[in-house]
Design a binder for this molecule. Structure first.
Ligand code: FAD
Length: 420
């Protein structure tokens, strides 16, 4: 007798939920619904970088990834140039990371989300649907929504971001597994390319090149996006006293104190002027999930920031979410009935959690190095040259085909053990 389709709910329509939905609509024995709390699908913030591993993973999911990225206005980063922004060697080139053959891209967040949502059938997308509670009802899972309605599913996948309710169901409410400040704040601002050229300097915009400025207490980055019309300027710094509401006004005092040792260098003054001009910018605390004991409980699991919110220092949060989607799509396409969901989610947990944790820990330490806080390295150009570039190796070298195979073997082993 043929099995009924497996009813899967995705909670959250950010990059993780939307990408996962693309992976799961291809699975013929899955009936999918995606619930987003906001009245429409939106991405806040400016640009997002996708490293080569993230692009390879996305290519497994989107039928025409290249066209989708082109439509989203993605700009290929031909190189990243890392320079010292403060200290006695200020202005020294640390290294150029050439993107030859394998470049990262930078893309406007909202445009990327729009293109990822585009292939999805409208009838599976539900907005203004905020999950308030998950209840187990016999073999079924009941989702209760804030609007008083409820629906039943066989599986729930939480893609509901860093303050995820689904995460609370999976790992419990204990404080140690909740998101917490990572020790940095940052501020992002988007300005027209011509303005950036005139204030920061023409010489920094001759190529589509991302610049990162390492210095005492802080890091500055700028890159070109939106089909070479805009520049994103990001300032990140060490945070000692995280505000409770995770944000503070970006004042002249905050910037001059943060960059007190940078002011003789080539970059800080121009960037400070650019950031003070709008008058209302905020600096946001970076939060992360320091530890997560499990990504799955029974027929419920978590993906994206709900599972592994990380600091942005290695530009890998969205990349991890896309990899999650590839693995879950692969596993669910290889199960036949809802009874196998627990094994699929356990296998997902087994292959994805070590990688998520490694990125979180590596990213935090990378932030400390780029803000000159690593005692051994400091702002020594030779040590930075030797130790920084290799930190991306384990992220970019992921063989997504092998990773899928590992996940499948893990699931088959779990299924065999369950039968024995
Ligand atoms: C400053 C910054 C810079 C970054 N830069 C990069 C980068 O360059 N490269 C990179 O790969 N990553 C980067 N990241 C990380 C990346 O942005 C995130 O990892 C990624 O966007 C997470 O997507 P998500 O869908 O998991 O979460 P979110 O984008 O938070 O989406 C969650 C969705 O769930 C919805 N939701 C929440 N609660 C509920 C509920 N109860 N019911 C229904 N819906 C709900 C929300 O409305 C939202 O739409 C950066 C992150 C930050 C903070």
């Amino acid at each position: 007798m043929s099995q009924p389709n497996i009813r899967v709910a995705i909670i959250g329509g950010g990059l993780a939920g939307a990408t996962l939905a693309n992976a799961l609509i291809k699975v013929s024995h899955v009936d999918l619904d995606l619930f987003e709390s906001a009245p429409e699908f939106t991405e806040r913030g400016a640009a997002i970088g996708l490293t080569s591993n993230a692009q390879r993973a996305l290519d497994q999911i989107l039928p025409s990834m290249k066209q989708s990225l082109d439509k989203a206005g993605a700009v290929s980063m031909n190189s990243s140039r890392i320079v010292l922004g403060s200290g006695p060697d200020s202005g020294s080139l640390i290294f150029d990371l050439a993107g030859a053959g394998d470049p990262g891209i930078v893309v406007h967040r909202a445009s990327l989300l729009r293109e990822i949502l585009a292939p999805l059938p409208e009838e599976i997308l539900h907005t203004s649907k905020e999950l308030s509670e998950i209840r187990t009802q016999g073999e079924e899972l009941e989702i209760r929504f804030q609007d008083g309605s409820s629906k039943y599913f066989d599986a729930i996948i939480g893609a509901d971001g860093i303050f995820s309710k689904v995460r609370n169901y999976v790992v419990g409410n204990s404080g140690e597994h909740q998101a917490s400040p990572a020790g940095f704040w940052d501020c992002r601002h988007l300005i027209p390319l011509e303005k950036a050229r005139s204030v920061i300097g023409d010489q920094f915009f001759e190529l589509d090149r991302q610049y990162g400025w390492i210095g005492d207490n802080a890091f500055i980055m700028h890159d070109v996006l939106d089909n070479r019309t805009m520049v994103q300027v990001v300032v990140s710094a060490i945070e000692k006293d995280p505000p409770k509401d995770r944000k503070r006004p970006l004042t002249k005092e905050l910037l001059t104190e943060t960059f007190s040792n940078w002011l003789d260098g080539p970059i800080a003054k121009g960037v400070i002027d650019l950031l003070l001009e709008p008058g209302d910018l905020k600096a946001y605390s970076q939060w992360e999930q320091k530890s997560t004991p499990n990504y799955a409980k029974g027929h419920v699991c978590i993906v994206g920031d709900a599972a592994h919110a990380t600091t942005p220092w290695q530009g890998s949060g969205a990349g991890l979410a896309i990899e999650d989607a590839v693995i879950l799509g692969h596993l669910l396409s290889h199960i036949k009935a809802k009874d196998d969901l627990t094994a699929a989610f356990k296998a997902y947990d087994a292959v994805r959690r070590p990688r998520g944790q490694r990125v979180i820990d590596s990213s935090r330490e990378t932030g400390r190095i780029l803000c000159g806080q690593n005692r051994e390295i400091g702002l020594d150009p030779d040590k930075l040259r030797e130790l920084v570039p290799g930190r991306w190796g384990f992220i970019m070298s992921l063989d997504i085909h092998q990773h899928k195979q590992d996940a499948l073997e893990a699931m088959q082993a779990i299924l065999r053990t369950d039968v024995e």
